[in-house]
Ligand binder design. Structure first.
Ligand code: ATP
Length: 292
């Protein structure tokens, strides 16, 4: 008899707005389907931030073929960063509030269907990227989007309605910032480095981003009058932001961004402060296997 192939599912018990019962059902479905397909399934539940990275790194060392991340973009980021440049492939089971990477890759948003896809799927190679050594797979950015990520992290309740309320309030409080990008100074509303095309919830900052082309889309939103906000929001969700005169984009392999103080950024939606005034962004071409 052929030896059983190990598959590990990493579950973040806190991610998204999925109930504990729903997560238990996803876990049971994973175990049942994996066994039926001839895998030797294992489940690990994260107990602290960064735990998914530790679990995934250990799985790589043990030669586990497939690691499923059951969570939001934060859990997927933590899992995927340990799988970079390894033979272990990532399965995405989206239960977050935005699910940007899953949506970009057309992973089913029904977690039970996504489990099956991850177990039956074939590994496909994609790019990843880093900002000051912090890995990202979807988007990293500064300006308004980072401001919203920091405000959102302080809210007691997560989920899309809270995100919309936070972004609306932030819009009136936020003032465009000055950045020096590769030596050229500009005042911007936001600056995004997109590996995948969207932030999540089908908010497409980089409608034409290709996740496997060895490039990031560097997207700038230039300051705009308040009356243009509704049209820009419509374009964001209509996947046509690149047709706006306030949007500028170009494909880059690396970039250096400087500011006059510590840089407030987000990395796959998670808020972060860079203590120095400088961000180094670079693409890591063909660095991750994803089960699709
Ligand atoms: N047991 C835990 N206790 C506290 N934090 C945890 C635990 N397990 C994981 N985390 C942290 O939770 C963070 C957020 O997780 P995740 O992105 O999956 O959910 P989410 O933020 O609700 O979803 P989304 O990013 O789609 O909004 C992760 O980056 C991880 O560091």
């Amino acid at each position: 008899m052929a030896s059983l192939s190990a598959v590990l599912a990493i579950i973040n018990p806190l991610s998204g707005t999925t109930s504990a019962e729903q997560k238990a059902l996803i876990r049971e479905t994973f175990l049942r389907k994996a066994e039926a397909l001839g895998f030797a399934p294992e489940v690990a539940v994260t107990t602290h931030p960064g735990h998914a990275t530790e679990l995934a790194a250990h799985a790589v060392l043990r030669g586990v073929n497939r690691v499923l991340a059951i969570g939001g973009d934060g859990t997927i980021n933590e899992t995927a960063q340990a799988l970079r440049r390894s033979a272990t492939a990532l399965g995405i089971v989206p239960v977050g509030s935005g699910n940007g990477l899953a949506r970009h890759l057309n992973v089913p948003l029904n977690p039970l269907v996504a489990v099956e896809r991850a177990l039956r799927g074939q590994p496909v190679v994609i790019d990843s990227a880093e900002i000051n050594g912090h890995p990202f797979f979807c988007t990293a950015g500064m300006g308004f989007e980072a401001y919203v990520a920091h405000e959102f992290a302080q809210q007691p309740v997560r989920g899309l309605p809270t995100y919309i309320k936070t972004a609306f309030r932030a819009f009136w409080a936020y003032k465009p910032e000055r950045f020096i990008i590769d030596g050229q100074e500009r005042e911007l509303f936001s600056l995004t480095f997109a590996n995948a095309g969207q932030f999540g919830n089908n908010a497409w900052m980089a409608p034409k981003a290709n996740i496997a082309d060895g490039r990031l889309e560097q997207c700038e939103i230039h300051p705009f009058p308040a009356q243009a906000a509704a049209m820009l929001t419509w374009r964001l969700f209509n996947k046509s932001l690149d047709a706006s005169s306030y949007w500028r984009g170009k494909a880059v392999m690396k970039a250096v961004v400087e500011a006059s103080g510590p840089l407030r950024i987000h990395v796959d939606g998670e808020p972060l402060m860079l203590p120095d005034n400088k961000a180094d962004i670079r693409i890591l071409p063909s660095s991750l296997l994803v089960l699709l």
